[in-house]
Design a protein. Structure first.
Ligand code: TYD
Length: 135
């Protein structure tokens, strides 16, 4: 299994008025059914700490920076996201943790499905057993 997570680059139209960054197919490789933002993360906090059974996501640091730690049962990866034109693609059955947010950091998350708590695996031991095919 390849190491989890892949950085995708999006067009950035930059001029004297500011930056405009576009997220659309085919660079976004799934139909977007939900968008949410994470902001106001206090220093030292972490988010995530779960995997999704089906959901695919694209995480973008729209402002500031944060670290995403990924694991797929075989290997792990660490990405420091700090550019709004670079998104991290996270496939289904990937454990993720977001931490080391800079003050004012804003994460924009594009998701392939609407919210469904049944799609979450929140227990790490259960996740490892499932991703390794033990259960
Ligand atoms: P959660 O996914 O647990 O956050 P994190 O990614 O940091 O683990 O979500 C936090 C709360 O927000 C939880 O009560 C579920 C709710 N929520 C929704 O209702 N809809 C959503 O699309 C998301 C992402 C979360």
């Amino acid at each position: 299994m390849a190491a989890p997570g892949r950085i995708l680059t999006f067009p950035d139209f930059r001029d004297s008025r500011g930056d405009l960054i576009v997220f659309e197919p085919p660079t976004v490789p799934f139909d977007v059914r939900r968008v949410y933002i994470l902001r106001g993360a206090p220093e030292g906090s972490s988010r995530g700490g779960h995997a999704h059974r089906e959901l695919r996501q694209l995480i973008v640091a729209a402002e500031g920076a944060f670290t995403v730690w990924l694991e797929n049962g075989d290997s792990s990866s660490i990405f420091r996201l700090s550019s709004p034109s670079q998104g991290l693609l996270i496939e289904a059955m990937t454990w993720r943790e977001l931490r080391e947010f800079t003050p004012g950091a804003v994460a924009v998350v594009l998701a392939s499905e609407i919210y469904d708590e049944a799609d979450y695996i929140r227990d790490h031991e259960t996740y490892l057993r499932q991703v390794r095919g033990d259960i």
